[in-house]
Design a protein around this ligand. Structure first.
Ligand code: ADP
Ligand code: MG
Ligand code: MG
Length: 245
């Protein structure tokens, strides 16, 4: 799957948040989206997944102009958005949270609780995540809850997974596990949009990076061909000699 967003603009009232953003991602690559708080990263992803429309611009999916009616429809077409705030019902079992999604239940057919349990364990074990899925999801660490989100994405046959600042609340060990999962899924052809400010992580996990500033996509680089210093400069709009010499 290839997604191309071209010259996307978006205003909220008088606030023009996106002034012509280009962004492309395809299966089997990790494309980082970087920019200061308020740069419009989440807005761009909300437009991609149909939460609200752009004012102008074009989204091509495999070359075809596309708009989704909402996140559910985007998900049905293989684009899964894992939000920073995971909206789980904390006192409900992990497995029930995994099967809240009505579309998912339809896809797998009406299921008895044993089948749901087995499916939950199956998808989590593909990520190397092993824990009791009958416990309340609120018992799990943020890192484990994120594994649950990725397992849910796999259940919907996600081709592109959007992760919004996924490591913000993770331990180092959890970050290592997340990255190994991302690498494995990437090798299977899944594409990732990886929203982060953490440059060390971007260099470690991403193939490409796009920097957003002032409502524009400033540049797209291959991470192999750019320095941290350049990324900081693009992000803040001026040379910063004190950082990352
Ligand atoms: P980022 O994800 O890069 O931190 P956002 O996309 O969340 O940035 O926000 C970009 C700008 O758009 C901010 O100024 C924010 O206040 C504004 N914004 C985002 N969503 C809305 C909304 N639903 N209504 C009004 N303003 C919004
Ligand atoms: Mg933000
Ligand atoms: Mg955001």
């Amino acid at each position: 799957m290839k997604i191309e967003m071209k010259k996307i603009t978006k205003s909220f009232g008088a606030n023009q948040v996106l002034k012509g953003v280009n962004f492309t991602v395809e299966s089997g690559e990790v494309h980082a989206l970087m920019g200061e708080n308020g740069a419009g990263k989440s807005t761009l992803m909300n437009i991609l997944t149909g939460l609200y429309p752009a004012n102008s611009g074009e989204i091509l999916v495999d070359g075809q102009p596309t708009t989704y009616a909402g996140p559910m429809e985007a998900e049905q077409h293989g684009i899964s958005f894992i939000h920073q705030e995971m909206n789980n019902f904390l006192e409900m079992p992990v497995v029930d949270n995994m099967f809240l999604n009505k579309e998912l239940r339809n896809k797998f057919g009406l299921m008895d609780s044993k089948t749901m349990h087995d499916q939950a364990v199956h998808y989590l074990s593909q990520l190397g995540a092993k824990f009791d899925v009958d416990q309340p999801i609120g018992n799990l660490s943020v890192g484990r809850q994120q594994m649950v989100e990725i397992a849910k994405s796999l259940m919907t046959d996600a081709k592109i997974i959007i992760m919004d600042e996924p490591t913000a609340a993770l331990t180092e060990a959890e970050i290592a596990q997340l990255f190994s999962v991302v690498r494995r899924l990437k090798a299977d052809g899944v594409g990732f949009i990886y929203i982060s400010h953490r440059m060390e992580e971007i260099f470690e996990i991403a193939d490409k990076v796009t920097v957003m500033r002032d409502g524009l996509s400033i540049t797209e680089y291959a991470t192999k061909q750019v320095t941290m210093k350049q990324l900081v400069k693009d992000m803040v709009g001026r040379e910063i000699d004190d950082f990352y010499p």
